[in-house]
Design a protein around this ligand. Structure first.
Ligand SMILES: Nc1nc2c(c(=O)[nH]1)N[C@H]1C(S)=C(S)[C@@H](COP(=O)(O)O)O[C@H]1N2
Ligand SMILES: [Mo]
Length: 274
């Protein structure tokens, strides 16, 4: 973040560190809550704006309730219908190397494994990159949006996380496959995804896990991922901001409670959708 040099070849605006954006959002929220009308809050854009705010300070209780109701509506909508826009491959560019938490130690791709803890048990199963690459290869050209205020169209390739969970049914207690169109009743509500060293971590709700554009990604713009962009395997989930696209996946655990999330702990909203 702050230690990164902007990539001048892609002609992007100067970097705004996440921490700086966060501080500004806090100032803005304090100043503008009083002047904000309820009508605005209840509007479709209103809830999104508010939910992008880092904290609840100063939100009257009743307003909070309206917001929660709106969030539930939008959640249902998102679940059933939303896809991130896709673009022509010719528009794909190389994104910044942004964020190095959990990437600082050396990693040998030959000995790397993705360790998955199945729902309702302590057992973990290990997967090689070849296991992931044996699943259907899915390619999407979508926008990577960072909360710092930049976005880049990127061509990603990998396996759908939902295809992985259909083949390896680790997200249900019963061992039933996690069919996104007909989710079993004993499906885990959340997944926790961490780097191998545990220094970066994201939490995902199950709608996001099973979304058709959520990939266990191993290629960027037609080439294997480089270490800076998350080799050997990263998450891509284009309805969420970049902060959820965890690079260098180490472990996935299917769990009952909302998992800890690196940037949510710093004050961003846990969902981080856009
Ligand atoms: N392990 C890890 N993954 C991470 C981060 C990080 O610091 N560590 N930063 C996130 C952020 S804030 C963004 S915007 C994207 C950027 O991905 P890129 O470096 O491939 O552009 O990675 C995300 N994944
Ligand atoms: Mo980001």
């Amino acid at each position: 973040m702050t230690d990164e040099t902007p990539d001048t070849t892609t002609n992007q605006p100067p970097l705004r560190p996440e921490a700086e954006v966060l501080a500004e959002a806090r100032r803005r929220s304090r100043r503008s809550f009083i002047g904000l009308g309820l009508a605005g809050l209840a509007g479709f854009g209103g809830w999104r704006w508010l939910f992008s705010e880092p904290n609840d300070e100063g939100i009257p209780h009743r307003v909070r309730k309206v917001l929660d109701a709106n969030a539930q509506l939008s959640h249902a909508y998102y679940k059933q219908t939303r896809l991130a826009p896709e673009f022509a491959r010719s528009r794909a560019r190389t994104p910044r190397k942004n964020g190095t938490y959990g990437l600082k130690s050396e990693l040998d791709p030959a000995t790397w494994r993705m360790r998955v803890q199945s729902y309702g048990s302590d057992t973990t199963q290990e997967f090689t990159l070849a296991d992931i690459q044996a699943l259907p290869k899915v390619q999407i050209v979508t926008e990577l949006k960072c909360i710092e205020g930049w976005s880049v169209i990127v061509h990603w390739a990998g396996a759908r996380l939902s295809d992985f969970l259909a083949k390896y049914p680790l997200a249900t207690r019963s061992g039933r496959p996690a069919d996104p169109l007909n989710p079993p009743a004993d499906l885990a509500p959340y997944a926790a995804v961490d780097t191998p060293d545990g220094k970066y971590y994201v939490g995902l709700d199950m709608d996001t896990v099973l979304h058709s554009q959520t990939l266990l990604c191993y290629e960027m713009n037609g080439k294997p991922l480089t270490p800076e962009h998350g080799a050997p395997l990263r998450l891509v989930t284009p309805l969420k901001y970049g902060i959820k696209h965890i690079k260098r996946i180490g472990t996935i655990a299917f769990v009952d409670t909302q998992p800890k999330d690196y940037w949510a702990e710093m004050g961003y909203d846990w969902d981080s959708g856009h």
